[in-house]
Design a protein around this ligand. Structure first.
Ligand code: SAH
Length: 222
């Protein structure tokens, strides 16, 4: 009986994910590898059980500590941008939250680095990623992501999942030449930015659509 229930849940969530992918396509996500990766990752595992039935709606959902799991559309959009013009080999995410975006990235990229500044969320991400067998593919660190991850740099792509007034200098310097950084910029009004490091001392910035993210904060929270 228990087995049957879990099989049913599995099939239902796969269908729900399929519908989510179709909606993402309809909203303009054309990059097939990210859609395939999102079809693989059970988003309902990353939210509180009470919210699991809403996991495949195109919404951000609360994960505690005033933070959210990002909206599926924005996850797809940022990863698609990070993979343009070519799929990166080394990726750094700032703001792991519960680990969903890192899990999606890990379907596409061999090793993903991600940092979270709120300790209980770091622990939550660790637990979920381990449950999905992604512990080795995702290097998760507790700390202030604004400092980046010097020992693992340079990165072909950096995705910031929280909005600051400016892009932290360390992160710009930890990009490989040709690498790009995708991040929301702004406080009350935010825009997504695509920044490419074109030379050792040159970064080219393109401003994209308006977005809404939780704030990028300094320091750590235990
Ligand atoms: N990537 C997540 C998004 C979580 S929301 C997902 O897949 O849904 C953004 C996260 O960024 C929050 O958990 C917040 O605590 C974290 N954050 C904010 N400022 C940070 C910083 N300086 N360093 C690391 N994480 C930060």
């Amino acid at each position: 009986m228990q087995l049957l229930t879990s099989v049913n849940l599995g099939l239902n969530s796969e269908r729900a994910r399929g519908m989510m992918i179709e909606r993402l396509r309809a909203q303009g996500i054309e990059y097939e590898p990210v859609l395939a990766a999102m079809q693989q990752v059970p988003r309902h595992i990353f939210v509180d059980q009470g919210l699991a039935s809403r996991a495949y709606e195109n919404n951000a959902l609360p994960i505690g500590y005033g933070q959210t799991i990002s909206q599926p559309f924005i996850v797809a959009r940022m990863i698609a941008l990070a993979c343009y013009p070519s799929k990166p080999q080394r990726v750094l995410e700032i703001g792991a939250g519960c680990g969903y975006q890192a899990a999606v990235l890990a379907q596409m990229i061999e090793t993903v680095h991600t940092i979270e500044r709120i300790y209980p969320l770091y622990q939550m991400a660790q637990r979920y990623l381990e449950a999905l067998g992604l512990k080795d593919r995702v290097r998760l660190k507790f700390g202030d992501g604004q400092l980046g991850w010097e020992q693992a740099a340079p990165f072909d792509a950096i995705i910031i999942a929280a909005a600051g007034k400016t892009i932290p200098q360390n992160l710009l310097h930890q990009l490989a030449i040709g690498g790009r950084l995708i991040a929301p910029i702004g406080t009350t009004e935010q825009r997504l930015a695509y920044i490419q490091r074109t030379a050792p001392n040159h970064w080219q910035k393109h401003e994209l659509e308006a977005v809404r993210f939780v704030p990028l904060k300094s320091g750590i929270q235990i």
